[in-house]
Design a protein around this ligand. Sequence first.
Ligand SMILES: [Ca+2]
Ligand SMILES: [Ca+2]
Length: 147
Amino acid sequence: MLYLSAVLLTCTAMLLDTPGVADAFPSNRDRIPNGYRVADPCRPGRTAQGVGHKSPYGGGPLNVFGNAFAAAGGWTSALCNADSDGDGVSNGAELGDPSCTWTQGQTPDRTTDITHPAINNNNPSCPIPPWLWKLFFGWTIIFEQQS
Ligand SMILES: [Ca+2]
Ligand SMILES: [Ca+2]
């Protein structure tokens, strides 16, 4: 029974990890700086598809950043200067807009090393340990790069 559960969980995770399967509100990714470049610390080599959601694939309950974004109504100076995940790095610094000057459509001050504004950079809480995720799903990154 345990083996069957593990196989079912793995197949479900593989389906959910297929790009484009579960995008929820991708337009919100345009409303934050580097919305398509946020590294997902729980899935090495991947970007978070749902930066404002608890699920990295988007949809479902909002995370702390998603709630703050919804309350602010967009990328505001207050949201930019806040540190939603409490890791000591402001949302703006995490998303490449440390001076909080970005507006939609502009290229942010920084476009590399973009970290997740709802996941603690120093101690990420992941449903699947990153090493285990990489062991099972790392091959799909190679597949995507070739396509
Ligand atoms: Ca932070
Ligand atoms: Ca963070």
